[in-house]
Design a protein around this ligand. Structure first.
Ligand code: CP
Length: 314
């Protein structure tokens, strides 16, 4: 494989094998074992949109594996403000680095960058398009909790229209036979072409506005933020802001092993009372970004993760 632009770049076998690598790398991600598999390699972090988790976990992943990172930094202090095109920026960074992680506000920008680059591009989010490295850490978190990805009932809630995390994750989950419930205000429904694509692939998909009615038989509830920055019109945003507010008291009928996930950042869609419940998994999920991205960096740089790592799963 060259880069990772959408989940279609990975077969199911590759997904599972990368998740296995990630599991073995856990002690390295936690800093308990030093394993400089990526010594001498340089990651270019190109974030044209704000990020905390994706940017920092890529950087942590690289450094935990002995590699180095160069950052574009704040776009406002880069030559992008002088009018440099994405094509030209990629031409430069391609020569400085061995692999690039990129986030860009324009859908399709990651594929455009991959077409311009010789090094692999890891898509860290392209507008409302895809966020496949997030999907890998989401799948890791789900498998960690349930021991499998097969046949789970997953509720995806919130901004399904613009939410690239739920677009990528939905495509991946149906490949493992998961049943999906899309809970959103009507203004933020999953795009019809995505629903059609999922159902054409044989997926069982239910669409609803009633999130609370969907909780009791769910294995995973994946909450998302309503993204103010994606709305052209503030009045439209005001109509849906605060549509879902999950509180600990809503979880009384949930399955014991149901997990609540969120790509973060959250605004008000998960009340802090949920944090102390057995269901909350979003902070572990954010940590899993390090281990999943370590495994992806190794895979794309053709570095084999050893079968036995001190402190890791064999
Ligand atoms: N989950 C996620 O993409 O977070 P950031 O926007 O902070 O990178």
């Amino acid at each position: 494989m060259s880069g990772l632009i959408t989940m279609d770049d990975l077969s199911n076998e590759e997904i599972l094998s990368i998740l296995d690598d990630a599991e073995r790398l856990l002690p390295v991600a936690k800093g308990e074992t030093y394993l400089p598999l990526l010594q001498g390699k340089i990651l270019g972090n190109l974030f044209f949109e704000p990020s905390t988790r994706t940017r920092m976990s890529f950087e942590t992943a690289m450094k935990r594996l002995g590699g180095d990172v160069v950052n574009l930094g704040d776009v406002k202090t880069s030559s992008v403000v002088k009018g440099e095109t994405l094509f030209d920026t990629i031409q430069m960074v391609d020569g400085y680095t061995d692999i690039i992680a990129m986030r860009h506000p324009r859908q399709g920008a990651a594929q455009y960058a991959q077409d311009a680059a010789r090094v692999p591009i890891l898509n860290g989010g392209d507008g409302a398009g895809h966020h496949p490295t997030q999907t890998m850490l989401d799948l890791f978190t789900i498998r960690q909790a349930h021991g499998t990805l097969e046949g789970l009932k997953v509720v995806l809630a919130g901004d399904l229209r613009y939410g690239r995390t739920v677009h990528s994750l939905s495509h991946a989950l149906i490949r493992f036979g998961c049943e999906l419930v899309f809970a959103s205000p009507s203004l933020l429904k999953m795009p019809a072409e995505i629903v059609a694509d999922l159902t054409n692939h044989g997926a069982k998909v239910v669409e609803t506005e009633a999130l609370l009615d969907s909780l009791d038989d769910a294995d995973v509830v994946y909450m998302t933020r309503i993204q103010k920055e994606r709305f052209a019109d503030e009045d439209e945003y005001a109509k849906v802001a605060g549509a879902y507010k999950l509180h600990a008291s809503n979880l009384d009928g949930a399955k014991e092993n149901m997990i609540i996930m969120h790509p973060l950042p959250r605004v008000d869609e998960i009340h802090p009372s949920v944090d102390a419940t057995r269901h909350a998994r979003y902070f572990e999920q954010a940590f899993n970004g390090v281990v999943a991205r370590m495994a992806l960096l190794c895979r794309l740089l053709n570095i084999e993760v050893p079968a036995n790592i001190p402190g890791g799963e064999a």
